[in-house]
Design a protein around this ligand. Structure first.
Ligand SMILES: [Zn+2]
Ligand SMILES: [Zn+2]
Length: 369
């Protein structure tokens, strides 16, 4: 089968729309007609190499669609089911899956990158294998992925909304709810008010945080943060955000600082603005050799904690469905995240807009349903 896909073939190269050959689904695999795929900053990091990504590759890791075909042995979905994609393929039986950390699934993180966890490459062109971003490569009309990469969702869920839960929403909201376990009434700072940071802000609203302090260098992003529930904003281009955050908390510092950028300086700021017993959570993915410098005495003095969060520490098959349920109840603002929709062929423009920071979230609408 021929499918159109948004690809990148060389480091820092352009986003290219191409027609690829799609094989499968084989044993344990499913074919999904992709309805919507979000455009995430990590897609850009896969192009630049900030996230290690073998090339050529099909981009995209935040999507939802409809199952079109299943391989032998597939039992959890059938043709016609609505599904969202998990960008981590959890085996369900390794030591991490077994201790309730499917987001750290061993085969997903430890086996060769770019292919499905069973080693196959469903997409190719002229005999050249195409890698798949996050083992799913969702910016394509149709994809073949492992059964363990798809999560069935209620048929009533708008698929463009389910797509967003595939990465940005779960990563941001989850960092607050599932990694930090924010307590009602506590003070939460969110550094970086982009797509992920805004979801951390609304996670803090859900958790019942007392003060929610959004920090960014762009006033329009801070305005968005207020719409999503920030009670205070700090423009870090105009002042020292650490001093400003400590001032807003009567000299104590914040209980939780969520870093949604992946920059050494903002990681340091997140740590340095913590109150006693405070927790800094790093969501942003820095480049492999980036290092931050923190005063280590602050760890024991005041029992501060510095932790990382991958995929919002979500147990995907439970927590992502809970987030969809919260949306259905009107308690998560997800429609408001999508500021521009593009056809699949609009992917190059969507990436330009991403680089320029024009959208909260851009979304490729690949099929109507
Ligand atoms: Zn993402
Ligand atoms: Zn596993």
């Amino acid at each position: 089968m021929r499918v159109r896909a948004a690809t990148v073939v060389e480091r820092d190269g352009p986003v290219i729309l191409d027609d690829l050959d799609l094989e499968g689904p084989s044993d344990g695999q499913v074919m999904v007609r992709v309805v919507a795929s979000g455009v995430c900053h990590s897609d850009l990091s896969a192009i630049t190499g900030q996230i290690p990504q073998p090339l050529p590759a099909v981009l995209g890791h935040e999507a939802a669609g409809v199952v079109e075909d299943i391989g032998s042995g597939v039992t959890t979905v059938s043709e016609g089911d609505a599904v969202m994609l998990s960008f981590i393929t959890a085996c369900g039986r390794c030591r991490y899956c077994t201790i309730g950390k499917p987001n750290l699934c061993r085969p997903h993180w430890r086996s060769a990158r770019g292919c499905l966890v069973d080693g196959s490459f469903p997409m190719s062109k002229g005999g050249v294998r195409y890698n798949l971003m996050s083992r799913i490569g969702t910016m394509a009309e149709r994809i073949v992925v492992m059964e363990n990469s798809v999560i069935p969702i209620p048929a009533s869920t708008p698929l463009r909304i389910a797509a967003l839960v595939g990465c940005g929403v779960t990563t941001g909201v989850g960092a607050v709810l599932f990694t930090a376990n924010v307590e009602p009434g506590s003070v939460v700072a969110v550094i970086g008010a982009g797509g992920i940071g805004l979801n951390a802000v609304q996670g803090a609203v859900l958790a019942g945080a007392g003060k929610i302090i959004a920090i960014d260098v762009r006033d329009e992003k801070l305005a968005h943060a207020k719409e999503f529930g920030a009670t205070h904003v700090i423009n870090a281009a105009e002042c020292d955000p650490v001093e400003a955050a400590i001032e807003l908390t009567d000299g104590d510092g914040v209980d939780y600082a969520i870093e949604a950028i992946g920059n050494p300086r903002t990681v340091e700021q997140a740590f340095n603005m913590l109150a006693f017993a405070g927790t800094a959570v790093v969501i942003g993915i820095g480049s492999g050799d980036a290092k931050a410098s923190i005063p280590i005495a602050m760890l024991p003095y005041g029992e501060r904690r510095l932790v990382g969060s991958m995929y919002g520490s979500a147990r995907m098959r439970v927590d992502m469905l809970r987030l969809l349920d919260l949306y259905a109840q009107g308690r998560l603002k997800l429609d408001e995240l999508v500021t521009k929709t593009y056809p699949l062929d609009g992917a190059p423009e969507a990436f330009e807009d991403l680089k320029a920071g024009r959208n909260i979230r851009g979304l490729l609408q690949i099929h109507d349903a």
